[in-house]
Design a protein around this ligand. Structure first.
Ligand SMILES: Cc1ncc(COP(=O)(O)O)c(C=O)c1O
Length: 305
């Protein structure tokens, strides 16, 4: 489903570097590292009914990504959280909102790859948008397998949630040309890694299965689904999944902050056929809804910049 411009987002205020700017004035320098080399890390978080979902886990992953990239003078979790709260308060955005948090290595003194050219400090960008879930989670999505392999730790470690997204964009282009919603990316060995922007699960004979988090992002929704499976006694495991195993799954679905849990109805022209009549996705969806409140951080309305 192609997202459309939402006129409600025309007047949003975006935090960039040192303050809030109206959408059209919210800009980074041409010398910023994210322009020069995709040298930045990011998180997508969702706001539900006045609270941020999984804030602590997202901030932990952001800071771990920044540390792995050897960023210097990384802001604290509290500092980022307060700027996020202030941005949401300034926009009066409390529900149906997605926020893209980006931390770049900042401006360079002259163009070039060398991180030693960055002497101006990191650049934090907080972009909140009105954005309902991006897929129709009732009808589900169609997927093709991409010929573009997902980075393994021997190339770029997926444990870094970085802005160098060309790997996944090339896969998404293939999905677009094939007129489907997303691309399944394989790892170096030909096992499934993840979709171009979300993690993948299957159900086979009532067991919930997802690939090891080796060549995929260690998605926060993915982790939560595994925790929910444990909590609700759904048999589950991480394992290498070949395409044939996925084609013959009883259920398949994608997970991510963008779209929560999205059924996959077709892969490479093969319909996902539920031969056992299992309903594990609907059980996980119910558990997701009933446990969500334990992971919400209320936005303090008093925080401003
Ligand atoms: C490549 C990729 N995979 C998976 C995900 C889902 O991760 P999460 O559940 O943390 O949103 C994302 C989200 O940014 C992503 O970019």
């Amino acid at each position: 489903m192609l997202q459309k411009f939402n006129p409600k987002n025309a007047d949003i205020l975006v935090y960039v570097q040192d303050g809030l700017y109206p959408r059209n004035e919210a800009k980074v320098s041409v010398f910023d590292s994210v322009v020069q080399g995709g040298d930045a890390v990011w998180e997508g978080v969702r706001i539900y009914k006045g609270s941020v979902f999984m804030l602590d886990r997202h901030l932990n992953r952001l800071l771990e990504s920044a540390h792995a990239m050897a960023f210097e003078n990384i802001p604290s979790k509290d500092e980022i959280a307060n700027k996020l709260f202030a941005t949401l308060n300034a926009n009066q955005m409390y529900d149906d909102v997605h926020v893209r948090l980006t931390l770049t290595r900042g401006e360079k003194i002259t163009s070039g790859m060398d991180p030693r050219l960055n002497s101006k400090g990191l650049n934090l960008i907080i972009l909140p948008e009105w954005k309902p879930l991006v897929y129709d989670n009732t009808t589900g999505i169609k997927v093709i397998t991409s010929s573009i392999r997902r980075n393994s730790p021997s190339m770029i470690d997926s444990k870094i949630h970085h802005n160098n997204l060309i790997n996944n964009i090339l896969a998404k282009l293939q999905a677009n040309f094939a007129n489907v919603d997303a691309a399944l990316m394989l790892d170096n060995y030909g096992f499934a890694a993840e979709l171009n922007g979300s993690n993948v699960f299957i159900v086979k004979d009532n067991v919930l299965i997802t690939p090891f988090a080796d060549a995929c992002l260690h998605g926060i929704t993915r982790g939560f689904v595994l925790e929910l499976a444990k909590k609700t006694s759904i048999p589950h495991k991480e394992k290498n999944l070949s395409l044939t195993e996925i084609y013959n799954a009883d259920e398949a679905f994608a997970t991510g902050t963008w779209g929560e849990l999205t059924p996959i109805k077709e892969i490479d022209g093969r319909a996902i056929m539920n031969k056992t009549g299992s309903n594990i996705l609907s059980k996980i969806n119910a558990a997701f809804d009933s446990n969500k409140s334990d992971y919400l951080t209320e936005i303090p309305k008093s925080v401003s910049l």
